[in-house]
Design a protein around this ligand. Sequence first.
Ligand SMILES: Cc1cc2nc3c(=O)[nH]c(=O)nc-3n(C[C@H](O)[C@H](O)[C@H](O)COP(=O)(O)OP(=O)(O)OC[C@H]3O[C@@H](n4cnc5c(N)ncnc54)[C@H](O)[C@@H]3O)c2cc1C
Length: 376
Amino acid sequence: MQTANKTDVIIVGSGIVGLACALVAVEQGLSVQVVERENFCTGASIRNFGFVTVTGQGSGASWRRARRSRDIWAHIAPQVGIPVEHSGLYVVAQRAEAEAVLRELLLTEEGADLSWLDPGKLRKQAPHLAHAYVQGALYSPHELRVEARLAIEKLRLWLASRGVRFHMGQAVTQVEAGRVHLPTQTLQAERIVVCPGTDLRSLFPQVFAKYQTQLCQLQMLRIRPPRDYQLNAAVMSDLSLVRYRGFTELPGAARLEDRLRLEVPRALQHGIHLIVVQSSDGSLVVGDSHQYGETMPPFVPAEAEELILTEMQRVLCLGHYEVKERWTGIYPSGTQDAFIEAVLPDVQVLSVTSGSGMSTAFALAEECLKGERIAV
Ligand SMILES: Cc1cc2nc3c(=O)[nH]c(=O)nc-3n(C[C@H](O)[C@H](O)[C@H](O)COP(=O)(O)OP(=O)(O)OC[C@H]3O[C@@H](n4cnc5c(N)ncnc54)[C@H](O)[C@@H]3O)c2cc1C
C-alpha cells in the first residue's frame, strides 16, 4: 500500500457538487485532490438542463444559495471558457390560477427584480412563444443556461490546470478521519468532503437514511425545432408552479393544483413539468418527468414523453420538430433541499436532495468549506 502526500482537502465525487467544493478550496489557496469512480462524470451533472435557476427556488436559504451560485457561474464561466447559452426565464401562464400564483410571487422579497408581461408585451418581447390562451408571463432576469455536458468537463480540466489532482476511474471504498481509501492506495487530508450524488449506499448510508433520501428519475429529450427558431431565454409553464417549492409555498398554488388535477391528471401522476432551454446548435433540451423510488427500474413510460411534448407544444407551438436524443437522469431526493452533515472529525457529506445542484452547488460549497468566499 502506497500512502500519497497529504493535501489540505480530499473530495469524493466529481459531479458539480464535488467540483464546486474543489473550486472553493482552490480559491482559498488550499491543496485539493478529487477522487471519482468513473473515468469521466456520467451522473446528473452532465444529464441536466444546465439551467441555473433562481426563480422557483424555495424562499429563504435555497433562493439565496441560487442567487449566490448564479453570480459565481457568471464570474467563472468566461474564465473557464464555458459559454452562457442564454439568460433569463419566461414562466408562461396558461390559466388564470397560474397568473394568480405568479402575481403573488411578485409581491414577495424573491419577486423584487421580476416583472409581469401581459399578452401584448409578451408577444413583443417573446414572439417565438405561443400566444393563444396565454394570460401573460413572469419574466426573471436571473437565470443562466450552460451546456452541462461540456461545462462540467471544462470546469474539471480548468481546476486541474490550477493544481487540483484528479484520481479518475477510482472508487473510494472507505473514509476515515483524515484518510480516504482507494483500491490501491490511501490518500490523506486535513478535510474530506464526500459528494457521492446518487450513491446512497456505499459511504455513510445512515446520513441518507436520516434525511429520508430516495431517488428521483427524470426523462429528458433533445429536439430539433424549425430552422431559425430562437428561444433567447428558458421557458417554464403552469405545471412548474405545482412542483418548485418557490411557487408551491404561495397561497394560490393549491387552487391551480385543483384545476390541473381535473384537466391534466396524467401529467401530474408522471410528475411532469416543462423546462425548455436552447443550445448553440439551435436544438432544444426539453423535460421532464419525475418518478420516485429506492431503486429505479430501467424502463421508462412512453406516455411521460408524450405528455412532456404535448405541454411543450402548448407553450412553443413549433409546427414541426424532430426528437434527436432521449435520456434519463437520477438525483437524490430528500426531506430538505440539501444537507451538509458532519460524519467524522473534519469529514462532511454534502448532498443536494432537491434536483437543483447546478443552481445551488457553489453556495453550498462555500457554506461547507467556510473560510474566504469567492470574490465575484
Ligand atoms: C435529468 C436531470 C435534470 C436536471 N436539471 C437541473 C437543472 O437544470 N438545474 C439544476 O440546478 N439542477 C438540475 N438537476 C439536478 C442536478 O443535476 C443535481 O442536483 C447535481 O448534478 C448533483 O450533483 P452531484 O455532484 O451531487 O451528483 P453527480 O453528478 O451524480 O456526481 C456524483 C459523482 O460522485 C461519484 N461517486 C459516487 N460515489 C463514489 C465513490 N465511492 N468513489 C468515487 N466517486 C464516487 C459518482 O461517480 C459521480 O460522478 C437535474 C438532474 C437531473 C437528473
